[in-house]
Write a protein that binds this ligand. Structure first.
Ligand code: CUA
Length: 375
């Protein structure tokens, strides 16, 4: 399903929020209808990016997590139905008169408490605990299953990719024993189908958590410690991910994309990404490159093959090949690129990218022309 653009609201949510105004109505009937409509609207909004769900698994690890999630969901629905059934029974059963209840039964109901309050919850929680523990085998991380040390773990999980969290974006390093084949990108992780890929995760600042629900569970990014996760994707597609550990003001907008390709497409992508940034050929783009390398941009960003070697912000060598901007928040098109350069603080308040309103008119168009030919 196509992601909704920022600010876009599903038609259903619009209609239901109009009805939600009924919640302010005086008549109780209308007010109740308004409350229901508002609730339905919230559900519609919550559901608009269906791709990002634990139930939407696209790999064996995520499949196991999805199975447990289904079991738990079904179990909890059954428990809810039973509990509401008991409430209804208690509410509607014949009450009898006060006289009939004399003398008061002070010792009734112990069996209910023993079974419903102790035995049943103990059984259910034990089953869930064991199921959760056995699921840890799907996570070759933290050295947990076999108690490996950090060093042993690094060897056993020799990573192909290193992901580093920042407030509020991701560096993605494709590692290689041959340094000329290693490269850095940001916010868009590419993976091949059918082959497990070991990933090392770390952070440059605070704790984050790496999570692509379609592929696996979460793994924390902890200062001063390398953690590992093994991703195996079974189906091509684009899956969204989200930082899953509160990490500051823009935590909610610390998102990422995983693009899963066939092995040959993936190899071709690697080959493209290893190349330095395209040299501009049009006059606009040539002027833009000059702006990029001589103005503030180059202090923070890198475009391989140019004088721009900044390392505190995303590598832009192949920016135009990426689908989204600002850590999977805005579509990578001309208007958002211009808006991001000039007004990043409005689009993602408190991020490190400053507003650069001095870029305007032809200079801004040149800069964007340059960036858009960095395929
Ligand atoms: Cu990074 Cu939350």
């Amino acid at each position: 399903m196509k992601p909704f653009a920022p600010g876009e609201i599903s038609p259903f949510a619009k209609v239901s929020s109009a009805f939600a105004l009924l919640g302010l109505a005086k008549r109780p009937m209308l007010r109740r209808a308004g409350t229901l409509a508002a609730f339905a609207g919230m559900l519609a909004l919550a559901g608009c990016r269906t791709a990002e769900s634990t139930f939407n698994w696209r790999g064996p690890a995520a499949h196991r997590i999805a199975n447990l999630s289904w079991d738990m969901t079904i179990l909890f629905v059954v428990i809810t139905i039973v509990m509401w059934g008991l409430f209804a029974f208690a509410f509607y059963r014949r009450h009898g008169t006060l006289a009939e209840h004399e003398p008061v039964e002070a010792s009734g109901g112990e069996l209910w408490i023993a079974i419903g309050g102790l035995a049943v919850p103990l059984l259910i929680l034990t089953v869930l605990f064991v199921a959760g523990l056995s699921l840890l085998q799907a996570f070759p991380i933290h050295g947990m299953p076999n108690g490996l040390s950090q060093a042993q773990m690094a060897q056993a999980m020799k990573p192909e990719i290193r992901i580093t969290g920042h407030q509020w974006w991701w560096t993605i390093d494709y590692l290689n024993d041959d340094p000329s084949k290693a490269f850095t990108t940001a916010n868009e992780l590419h993976l091949p189908t059918g082959r497990p890929i070991n990933i090392e995760v770390g952070t440059s600042d605070v704790m984050h958590s790496f999570w692509i629900p379609a592929l696996h569970g979460k793994v924390d990014l902890i200062p001063g410690q390398a953690n590992y996760i093994r991703l195996l994707a079974s189906q091509t597609g684009t899956y969204t991910g989200q930082c899953a550990e509160y990490c500051g003001a823009e935590h909610a907008r610390m998102r990422l994309l995983a693009v899963v390709q066939t092995p040959s497409e993936y190899e071709a992508w690697l080959e493209d990404q290893r190349k330095p940034g395209n040299a501009p050929t049009t006059p606009d783009a040539q002027a833009g490159e000059k702006v990029f390398t001589t103005a503030a941009c180059a202090l923070c960003h890198t475009v391989r093959g140019t004088m721009a070697h900044g390392s505190v912000a995303p590598d832009l060598t192949h920016l135009a090949s990426r689908q989204m901007l600002a850590s999977d928040i805005y579509p990578n098109n001309t208007s958002f690129l211009e808006a991001w350069i000039t007004n990043a603080q409005s689009l993602k308040p408190a991020c490190l990218m400053p507003d650069l309103p001095n870029f305007s008119g032809q200079q801004l168009r040149d800069l964007v022309a340059y960036l858009q030919q960095l395929h």
